[in-house]
Design a protein around this ligand. Sequence first.
Ligand SMILES: Nc1ncnc2c1ncn2[C@@H]1O[C@H](COP(=O)(O)OP(=O)(O)OP(=O)(O)O)[C@@H](O)[C@H]1O
Ligand SMILES: [Mg+2]
Length: 235
Amino acid sequence: MSARHSSLITRHGVFVTGTDTGVGKTLVACALILAVAETGRRVVGMKPVAAGAQANAQGVLVNDDVVRIMAASNVAAPQTNVNPYCFAPATAPHLAARASGVEIVLEVILAAYWKLAALAEFVVVEGVGGFCVPLNAREDSADLARHLGLPVLLVVGMRLGCLNHTLLTAQAIRARGLRLAGWIANRIDPSMAVAEENVTALAERLAAPLLGEIEFTAAPDPQRIAALLDSSHLI
Ligand SMILES: Nc1ncnc2c1ncn2[C@@H]1O[C@H](COP(=O)(O)OP(=O)(O)OP(=O)(O)O)[C@@H](O)[C@H]1O
Ligand SMILES: [Mg+2]
């Protein structure tokens, strides 16, 4: 990842959202956690809502993002706080919740967040899906971000269609009164045509700094990405 611009995230955490599901939010969240840990700070990750999990030997549902985020964190926190809602179906969260006979309640997530914030100096919260994905009948992921009040980091999955997804997401972040603290261009599609021109097109249109570019690699390593991050952008 190369940092082209600088930015200061002044709050003690960040909300990591993405242009879509599967665009690299967990990868970036883990890299951020490791980068903050490198500065000697106590840092913990949070995945408030996970849809897509399997029961372990003890019958406890385990989601892969949660495992990765907990492994990256240098603070041991109860899984129930790191991931208050975990559902087996890999579907939209409110539908996974409904299928599990549960309703997602934002206050439950906020209470878990404050417990993590009491344990660590910095909390990296990974959103679920894209920014406006519904969480229940009335509220969506953007409402969660608004209640948390954290600066937002947008992971752009560089593929055809990402300009529209990115600009709409930036609009939605602003519309909820939140600050887009920065964005990351993640080259998830190695065959994308004119990828660099697309990065430039976004840099020209987003009122937020590009905090780095992640190349496509067969097995992306958050530690390697963290090492290329200038942590002064994050804290
Ligand atoms: N730069 C990259 N190069 C190659 N593969 C990547 C890159 N970034 C992400 N991936 C792969 O894409 C997949 C999705 O990444 P990741 O899990 O971080 O996305 P996500 O946005 O967190 O997804 P979800 O919406 O399910 O939480 C993973 O298998 C990851 O290893
Ligand atoms: Mg993820």
